[in-house]
Ligand binder design. Sequence first.
Ligand SMILES: Nc1ncnc2c1ncn2[C@@H]1O[C@H](COP(=O)(O)OP(=O)(O)OP(=O)(O)O)[C@@H](O)[C@H]1O
Ligand SMILES: [Mg+2]
Length: 203
Amino acid sequence: MSDVTPNIYWHSPNITRTERERLNGHRGCAVWFTGLSGAGKSTLAHALEARLFERGCRTFVLDGDNVRHGLCADLGFSEPDRHENIRRIGEMTRLFVEAGMITLSAFISPYRADRLRFRDRIGADSFIEVHCRCSLEVCEQRDRKGIYRRARAGEIPDFTGISAPYEEPLTPDVALDTATTPVDECVAKLTKVLHSRGILVAA
Ligand SMILES: Nc1ncnc2c1ncn2[C@@H]1O[C@H](COP(=O)(O)OP(=O)(O)OP(=O)(O)O)[C@@H](O)[C@H]1O
Ligand SMILES: [Mg+2]
């Protein structure tokens, strides 16, 4: 990589990702949930994780708000900060996948280019983009955190869907209509995709 600090060298690990995957009994991958606030990314990531955990898979959920408490606590919601947020989360996701985990990343990730950049970085084989498709109207009705109301009142600048853009995936691996499809059905569909992509078997 050309933008790496000089005089830094890569130390290759003794234990490879493939060996970790063999130990785990399944492959690692990034399941990337994108969609508006309230579309159901966290709900589905945690529900899918519970299902996978039951069958003995190594999983971890990386969740937007939680990451902003620590790793990305210094970032706001301007466009450059959002790019940097997703870059860091992408790198973190990559580490988890390298560790052989089924990594469930739940982030609005409003810019298509950021998501595609991550897909290129991790490799399309290890990337499953899940579009939680839900209208702004329904998300706003749900308003679990009361933030749409505050955004409409002008109290929250750069709010996705209201005063900042959301770019829908053009060719997501999975599109879920989270306004109309029950959570269980969405999870069943995701599990099926993990099967068909060969994730749930050892490398
Ligand atoms: N099919 C579905 N999938 C996911 N969530 C659903 C579905 N049907 C209803 N819901 C409800 O929609 C809400 C989604 O909220 P959730 O916190 O998961 O959204 P989010 O996309 O993570 O938002 P944010 O970006 O603000 O974190 C929950 O109250 C959930 O119970
Ligand atoms: Mg969430």
